[in-house]
Design a binder for this molecule. Structure first.
Ligand SMILES: [Zn+2]
Length: 197
């Protein structure tokens, strides 16, 4: 994971199940989380490896200790990268990111369950698969829309779909924090920040 900066972003702990795995919050050199969704968390083994390789500085630690042959190291709970990793400018067009952009709710009726993807301009009418033409839609709305144009479907989009910026994705990601947060991470996370400004 640590050989390539590009990989810093992709191998995070998705389900920090309590303290069992002692994940470390990874901050960029500007002290902001490398990623909000998923939150940039490394398994403790990766965090220790990064410390040994001098890639990160330890900001906070757990009480627990791991022992190597030579020494005992307290497990880091927050680490900051020594070299700044440039945020990705372009948000990858993936199913997951599309759901995240749409905040996991149907863009027609706002329902949160049973989500699918809908082409606003149907593929049968030449609609392409792009940020601008695909939205999260619940199954009932998807069925209702079928191959109709938006106008003929009687449905209305809550907002025009477009390519999100990295900042927008961070803002949405902050609304979906993992269900475990260690107290030492709180100074670096701003879940309660006003996002609508
Ligand atoms: Zn719907």
């Amino acid at each position: 994971m640590l050989d390539d900066h590009g990989d810093f972003r992709t191998h995070f702990v998705r389900e920090p199940a309590g303290l069992r795995h002692h994940p470390a919050l990874v901050l960029n050199a500007d002290f902001r989380p490398l990623s909000y969704y998923p939150l940039s968390l490394w398994p403790w083994q990766e965090a220790i490896k990064a410390v040994v390789l001098d890639r990160v500085q330890i900001i906070a630690e757990y009480d627990e200790v791991v022992r190597s042959q030579k020494e005992a190291i307290r497990i880091p709970s927050v680490v900051v990268l020594k070299d700044f990793v440039k945020p990705q400018k372009r948000v990858a067009f993936t199913r997951f990111n599309l759901f995240l952009r749409d905040e996991f709710c149907c863009q027609y009726c706002g329902a949160r369950g049973d989500l699918t993807f809908d082409h606003v301009v149907p593929r049968s009418r030449g609609g392409v698969t792009s940020w601008e033409n695909v939205v999260a839609a619940c199954s009932p709305c998807n069925l209702k829309k079928a191959n109709k144009s938006l106008r003929n479907s009687g449905l209305r989009l809550r907002r025009p779909p477009r390519q999100p910026t990295t900042e927008e994705m961070h803002a949405v990601g902050r609304r979906f924090p993992p269900n475990f947060l260690h107290e030492s991470w709180m100074d670096y996370l701003y879940w309660d920040t006003e996002l609508d400004s």
